[in-house]
Design a protein around this ligand. Structure first.
Ligand SMILES: [Zn+2]
Ligand SMILES: [Zn+2]
Length: 321
């Protein structure tokens, strides 16, 4: 099978690999579409020293083993593969499992390939009314839905979302659908406009109103976003940090300690609610799709995804010809 592989020479290459064999408890998935995410671009810069088949956002069809009860089902998959036995798994924190693997990011091959394997327990069936082009957004939308899980709801004042990239937009849209008043700060008029149908108030940085916010979500992917969040959060307020930055962030601890700000990290979220939102058409992520490439042009797709202002780039992983 064809796969986009990040190797020891610290380069992504298109490679023919043997089709993976599902282990006991696992299924083989034929990948239909996969999405390129900011974290994949960080892999190209050496994120956590990952080596293997890239990619973690996908929708596909169960293709094996032949006796699987899910054969032929259209599925998405939780990206964390946990052991089920360690102290954190037993405390219902499988996403923080001590032996955790993450497809395409940590110790396990990912979805930029014709096929991948995953434990059957990781699969979630895609409802018929959710098209593949929307279902491929389940993982990033689930990550967006991790934000309301930690907010002190209901909120009496607007939440500021920093960043009008893929994740910032999904966070702004999903918060707006959760009856939260949302302000979205970004750099691209065209991106900000995608949030307007959801009732989100948007600003370019030079238009930002004065004043502070009880809750700020940093999803810009760049360190100045956290600078801005810490400068604009109200004393005793909450900053939710969704971005991981390449390299270290020089934190002035006084910016957290003196105003007694809570700075909380947030990563993955629930797939079920994300798929329900897509099935009810509460969120239509498809306007975020910038371009679609066949897997055989995966290297061009990675390059395209790194251009400034590009939203979601999809890989069509179906076998050609
Ligand atoms: Zn991602
Ligand atoms: Zn575990």
């Amino acid at each position: 099978m064809l796969a986009l592989y990040y190797g020891a020479n610290q380069q992504a290459v298109l490679q023919e690999l043997p089709q993976p064999e599902p282990q006991p408890g696992e299924v083989l998935i034929r990948v239909t579409l996969a999405g390129i995410c900011g974290t994949d671009l960080q892999v190209l810069r050496g994120y956590h020293g990952f080596q293997g088949v890239m990619g973690h956002e996908f929708v596909g069809v169960v293709a094996g083993p032949q006796n699987s009860s899910r054969l032929g089902q259209r599925v998405v998959g939780e990206i964390n593969v946990s052991c089920g036995a360690c102290d954190l798994c037993r405390r219902s924190l499988p996403r923080h499992c001590r032996q955790r693997q993450v497809i395409g990011l940590k110790g396990r091959d990912g979805a930029f390939a014709h096929y991948l394997t995953l434990p059957a327990a990781n699969l979630v069936t895609v409802p018929a009314q959710v098209e593949d082009e929307a279902a491929v957004f389940t993982e990033p939308l689930a990550a967006a839905l991790a934000v309301p899980e930690i907010l002190p709801l209901p909120l009496k004042s607007p939440v500021l979302v920093v960043g009008d990239g893929r994740l910032g937009l999904l966070i702004a849209m999903s918060l707006a659908r959760s009856e939260v008043e949302v302000h979205l700060l970004g750099h691209h008029e065209a991106h900000l406009a995608l949030a307007h149908p959801y009732g989100v108030t948007t600003f370019l940085e030079k238009e930002m109103p004065a004043g502070d916010y009880e809750v700020i979500v940093e999803a810009s992917g760049a360190a100045p976003g956290l600078d801005l969040a810490l400068a604009r959060v109200r004393p005793r307020g909450l900053v939710v940090l969704k971005s991981t930055y390449t390299g270290r962030y020089p934190l002035d601890s006084a910016a957290v300690v003196v105003p007694e700000v809570r700075l909380v990290g947030s990563r993955c979220g629930p797939f079920g609610p994300a798929l329900r939102m897509l099935a009810r058409k509460w969120i239509d992520p498809r306007p975020l799709i910038d371009r679609r490439f066949p897997l055989s042009q995966g290297l061009a797709a990675l390059e395209w995804a790194q251009r400034p202002g590009v939203l979601k780039v999809l890989l069509d992983c179906r076998e050609e010809g």
